[in-house]
Design a protein around this ligand. Structure first.
Ligand SMILES: [Zn+2]
Length: 294
C-alpha cells in the first residue's frame, strides 16, 4: 500500500517535471510560424497560460500525493552499537552507518534466501534426483557439462540425421567444448556453444551473414530470433535429461525453416511491425508475431 502511494507520488512528480519542461520549451522557442500572422503575440500568451495552468494542476497533484505519504520511521537503532555514532575519533564516526548498512544487507539476504528455499523446494526437478534407485538412472545424473566429447558428437550426428534441411557441424576450437554451426535451409545460420551437453549460448544470423561467436546479426529479424533462442535454451534446459534438452532445442530451432513464409497463428498475417512471425511456440512450434504470442 505504502509502495503504491510512493509510486503515485513519483508518477505525479514525473508529470509535473515533463509539463514544466514544456513551458520552458515553448518559452525558449518564442513565436513560431504556427502561431500565424494575426494576433500571434496573444496566441503565444494564451498558449503559455494554458501550459502554466496545467503545471498548477500538476503541482496540486504532487502536493496531494506527497501529503498521503507517511514519513519514514526514525533512525535505525541497533541497541548499544548506537553509541558508535557518538564516537569522537574522525575515522570511527563512519562505523555506525556502515554497521547499519551491513545489518540491512544481512536482513535482505535472509529474506531472499528464505524466498529461494521455498521456490527451490517446489521445483519438480528435485523429485527425479531423489526417486532414482536404479544404476541406469544414476548414470544419467552425471553433470550435464561433464561428458565425453564422443557422447556429444554421437548425439549431434543423430540429430543431424533427423533433418535433411538442417546441417549441424561440430568443431572444438577451444579444446573440449563443442561449437555447433547450423545451417537451416536457406533461411538462417546459427552458432551454438555447448558446455558438455548444456547449451551455453546461441547466435542466430541471416543465411548470407558471416558466423562468429561474438557479433549480432545486422538484421532485426535475426536478432529477435536470437533473443527467442535464448529463451528456448533456458526453457528446454534439463540437468537430468541433457540429451533430450539439446534434441528439443534443435527441433524448436528447426521450426524456423518457415520463418519467412508461415503466417502468424493468431492474426493470420505475414508481417506485423515490419517483422515476420519470429516466435515459435515451445510445444506446438506454431508461428506467432512477438506481439501475438500471448
Ligand atoms: Zn500476428
Amino acid at each position: 500500500m505504502e509502495l503504491h502511494q510512493l509510486n503515485v507520488a513519483l508518477g505525479a512528480l514525473q508529470v509535473l517535471r515533463s509539463n514544466v519542461s514544456q513551458v520552458f520549451e515553448s518559452l525558449g522557442n518564442g513565436l513560431r510560424s504556427d502561431h500565424g500572422e494575426d494576433l500571434k503575440e496573444s496566441k503565444f500568451i494564451i498558449e503559455l497560460q494554458d501550459l502554466l495552468s496545467t503545471v498548477n494542476v500538476n503541482l496540486r497533484d504532487v502536493e496531494q500525493a506527497v501529503s498521503n505519504l507517511q514519513s519514514p520511521p526514525g533512525a535505525f537503532s541497533l541497541g548499544n552499537t548506537t553509541y558508535l555514532s557518538q564516537e569522537t575519533t574522525q575515522e570511527r564516526q563512519a562505523l555506525y552507518s556502515q554497521l547499519v548498512n551491513s545489518y540491512k544487507w544481512t536482513d535482505k539476504i535472509h529474506d531472499y534466501s528464505n524466498l529461494a528455499v521455498s521456490l527451490l523446494s517446489q521445483n519438480s526437478l528435485k523429485r527425479s534426483y531423489t526417486s532414482s534407485g536404479s544404476a541406469k538412472r544414476r548414470r544419467t545424473q552425471t553433470s550435464s557439462h561433464n561428458v565425453l566429447p564422443e557422447a556429444v558428437d554421437n548425439l549431434i550426428v543423430s540429430i543431424d540425421r533427423l533433418y535433411s534441411d538442417m546441417s549441424i557441424t561440430p568443431s572444438r576450437p577451444f579444446t573440449t567444448n563443442a561449437i555447433l554451426q547450423i545451417t537451416l535451409g536457406r533461411v538462417l545460420k546459427a552458432v551454438i556453444s555447448l558446455k558438455g551437453l548444456m547449451i551455453e549460448w546461441v547466435f542466430v544470423k541471416g543465411f548470407n551473414e558471416i558466423l562468429d561467436l561474438w557479433t549480432e546479426s545486422r538484421h532485426r529479424v535475426f536478432r529477435k530470433v536470437t533473443e527467442n533462442a535464448h529463451a528456448a535454451m533456458l526453457h528446454f534446459y534439463s540437468p537430468t535429461l541433457p540429451e533430450l534438452a539439446v534434441k528439443s532445442f534443435m527441433t524448436w530451432l528447426h521450426s524456423y525453416i518457415n520463418l519467412f513464409n508461415e503466417p502468424c497463428k493468431r492474426c493470420g498475417s505475414h508481417i506485423h511491425a515490419n517483422l515476420p512471425p519470429t516466435w515459435r511456440d515451445f510445444r506446438t512450434l506454431e508461428a506467432f508475431h512477438e506481439e501475438c504470442k500471448h
